[in-house]
Design a protein around this ligand. Structure first.
Ligand SMILES: [Zn+2]
Length: 269
């Protein structure tokens, strides 16, 4: 199992504009935020990814050899130009179960504490994670959403977890979501529209056009070869038209963080 590794950067001026994406499994960083991360790297902005599980199912049943998904994740992060990364020591809870060592079976406060430590080490301006439905409804995604929001709040409070680094107040939290207008296309990637959570288009704060970075995003996604080998939904994006439609824009809700300037509106992402 991958070990938790120290994350950087810790130099405050460089980290001031850092963007931290918190995800559940290898491939999520590319699928949901690959365009955002590639765009930020292009702009010289430090980026970090914390992935909470190694993507291997707790209790067995994994579809790739041990370590495969971690290796693919490392390659994808390199393609996306991610500055620093960490994988937390939990396992994939799967869509139905939890299993020993899984993210959903872990005490919630333990996951929050792990994320507080990362936030305080990285000192990001913005944190990105999933919406309340986990974008896709996956139990691990929902868990990551809740733990990340709790960690962003706790990280700003010096009284809490003082051994986990000096307090840091994140300015913005961005939640990846899917717009209702795209749900009708879910069948094209093998999903039943009724099973796909979504957000009314008018509620979305930022639809980010990432088509200039779509080739990089796709190259990062392709690093996750074991997902394609098992015929996961992402395989459908091999079709260029579907790729433009499904991956060319990333959609975000905005929530002010504890460090948001008073009276500020929605900042740029
Ligand atoms: Zn996932």
């Amino acid at each position: 199992m991958p070990q938790t590794e120290p994350v950087g950067p810790t130099e405050p001026t460089r980290a001031r504009h850092a963007l931290l994406a918190v995800h559940a499994h290898p491939d999520d960083e590319s699928l949901w935020t690959g365009g955002l991360l590639a765009r930020a790297a292009d702009a010289g902005r430090p980026t970090a990814v914390v992935t909470c599980t190694d993507g291997e199912l707790a209790g067995g049943g994994s579809f790739a050899a041990p370590g495969t998904r971690t290796k693919e994740w490392t390659e994808a992060l390199e393609v996306l130009g991610v500055t620093s990364s960490a994988m937390l020591p939990y396992r994939d809870s799967g869509r139905r179960g939890q299993g020993p060592g899984s993210l959903c079976a872990a005490p919630f406060d333990d996951v929050v504490a792990d994320l507080v430590e990362r936030i305080r080490a990285l000192r990001p301006t913005a944190v990105v994670t999933y919406d309340a439905a986990g974008v896709s409804g996956h139990l691990d995604h929902i868990r990551v959403h809740r733990a990340t929001l709790a960690a962003v709040e706790a990280a700003a409070v010096p009284f809490l977890l003082p051994s986990h680094g000096p307090a840091w107040a994140v300015e913005s939290v961005w939640l990846v979501t899917a717009p209702s207008s795209l749900v009708g296309h879910a069948a094209a990637i093998g999903l039943a529209p009724a099973d796909v959570p979504s957000t009314p288009d008018e509620r979305i704060a930022v639809p980010l056009d990432v088509r200039p970075w779509l080739a990089i995003k796709w190259a990062a996604l392709r690093c996750h070869a074991s997902e394609f080998d098992r015929g996961a939904s992402v395989s459908a994006f091999a079709d260029p038209a579907l790729r433009q439609l499904g991956l060319g824009t990333e959609y975000f809700l905005h929530r002010p963080g504890p460090g948001a300037p008073t009276g500020a509106g929605v900042p740029s992402l």
